[in-house]
Write a protein that binds this ligand. Structure first.
Ligand code: TYD
Ligand code: MG
Length: 463
């Protein structure tokens, strides 16, 4: 039965209300409620279809037989890695990112590879067929067998998909899609939600792997409803600094693999190239050690990564000294500086402090705390640490250095790249030797600062 329903939907978060109000009660945004008419029977979640058909809904767990989940490799190792080891049939993947970051390029490269082995349909709602083809030719991608469709109407797309039975379906982008079920304009939250729901349902029912490309808003979240993220199995974000050619693809949610997994690409004139040794790119190479630079090892899911943390500490001429973080968590900086003062006696209240993670990488884990503080100290004292020193560790409010997860992996990655010394939490000190790494274990911030002084003063004597 077709029901006609009027709702007021928040264009930011997708929350629905029967009445209009000035502020969305769910996300707090002002003036974002828009009236939408929904004409539909409530969509049935395909996973609960047992309800509708009257099949038994309860099963003993021991009776559940698992089907081997087949994974298809996309031909781009870095993409396969973030997906958890390849594409899963019947899964829906949402890829978000700023405009121009390379979402369309990435998927075009992937589908051109895939189309050599299986039927693939690439639906473009933003670019014309000529534009897509031009790009594929310029990049020298294999184009045999790739099915292209320039359309934005979901029902029409699904009808064609039903006929052609692609194994992989790419929709670029979900914001351009619209469905007849809704009266509102394309790009509105209702349209995006309903279009995505239909596409995801199709993918689940026909075991198609679905890729949805999504735009992000100024605030950096996926434009359109947050509910999109709940509907799909995997959410990937494509990130990178505007002026850097490196792009990082990160899994935010993954029902079939680890989250926070990273894939790293470089944007070149021949499209996206995979970066197989990412640690090398985030380290800037100086002739001589410079002050304010510390190398840390961060562990994003299954892979450790060496990243350079830079700090610049400068006399402040304002009543309120500046605290600026790029690529690291800003609120933590003020807290860590307070710990530095209270537990190591190093005051920065009259200094501007800028810190940066080199290469446009974003670090969200606490393992960067100690590297950040030692970079600040190095800049303040103008004492460089030698090239071959690695630092990581979490700093607690009591001035203690806390161990972080996957310490061994981080140390092994550092040893692989020729590091000789590591200032790390005592709790992460390895039992045996790791390469030629000399471990300087610290239990407190004061101990870490002492290690820093030893290592950096050795360096000053040597030069
Ligand atoms: P695109 O994939 O169109 O971005 P999105 O779909 O995320 O909006 O990426 C386009 C950008 O990438 C554009 O600014 C130009 C750049 N680019 C290159 O530098 N080299 C290339 O080979 C290609 C195809 C694009
Ligand atoms: Mg695009």
């Amino acid at each position: 039965m077709v029901k006609i329903k009027n709702v007021h939907a928040c264009q930011d978060c997708g929350a629905q209300y029967p009445k209009w109000s000035g502020q969305c009660l769910s996300c707090g945004a002002w003036n974002t409620l828009v009236e939408e008419t929904l004409q539909s029977t409530p969509p049935v979640n395909p996973r609960y279809q047992g309800y509708a058909t009257g099949e038994p809904a309860i099963t003993n767990m021991t009776d559940v037989t698992l089907q081997e989940q087949s994974r298809t490799l996309s031909g781009l190792d870095e993409l396969d890695r973030v997906l958890g080891g390849g594409l899963i049939t019947g899964s829906a993947v949402l890829i978000g990112g700023d405009p121009g970051i390379g979402k369309s390029t990435l998927l075009l490269q992937a589908v051109c590879n895939l189309s050599q082995k299986m039927p693939v349909l690439y639906v473009t709602g933003e670019e014309s067929l000529q534009q897509v083809t031009l790009r594929a030719r310029r990049l020298g991608l294999p184009e045999k067998n790739l099915m292209l469709l320039a359309d934005t109407q979901v029902e029409r797309i699904l009808k064609l998909a039903q006929q052609e039975k692609p194994v992989v379906l790419v929709v670029d982008s979900i914001q351009t899609m619209h469905t007849d079920l809704m009266q509102s304009a394309p790009g509105s939250v209702g349209q995006v939600r309903e279009s995505a729901a239909q596409l995801v349902k199709f993918a689940k029912q026909t075991d198609t792997t679905l890729f949805l490309i999504g735009h992000v808003t100024k605030e950096g979240t996926l434009a359109g409803p947050r509910v999109l993220e709940h509907m799909v199995d995997t959410v990937l974000y494509f990130e990178g600094e505007q002026d850097s050619r490196y792009r990082v693809i990160r899994a935010i949610k993954n029902r079939f693999g680890a989250v926070n997994e990273l894939g790293i690409f470089a944007m070149t004139d021949k499209g996206l190239r995979e970066v197989s040794n990412p640690s090398a790119i985030f380290l800037s190479r100086y002739e001589k050690p410079v002050s304010g630079s510390v190398i840390m090892a961060t562990q994003e899911a299954s892979r450790p990564l060496l990243v350079e943390i830079q700090a610049l500490v400068d006399q402040s001429h304002m009543g309120n000294p500046r605290r600026v973080c790029v690529g690291l968590e800003s609120p933590r900086l003020a807290m860590l500086l307070a710990v530095l003062h209270r537990h190591a006696g190093i005051a920065t209240y009259d200094q501007d402090v800028f810190v940066n993670a080199v290469g446009g990488v974003r670090i969200t884990e606490t393992g960067s705390d100690l590297a950040l503080l030692l970079a600040v100290l190095s800049s303040m004292r103008n004492q460089p640490l030698p090239h071959d020193v690695l630092v990581f560790g979490e700093v607690g409010l009591a001035g203690e250095i806390r161990p972080v997860q996957a310490g061994q992996e981080r140390l092994r990655e550092a040893a692989k790249h020729g590091f000789k010394k590591a200032i790390i939490p005592a709790g992460n000190a390895p039992k045996g030797n790791i390469g030629e790494l000399e471990i300087c274990a610290a239990q407190s911030l004061q101990q870490a600062v002492d290690h820093f002084k030893n290592l950096s003063s050795n360096r000053v004597v040597a030069t």
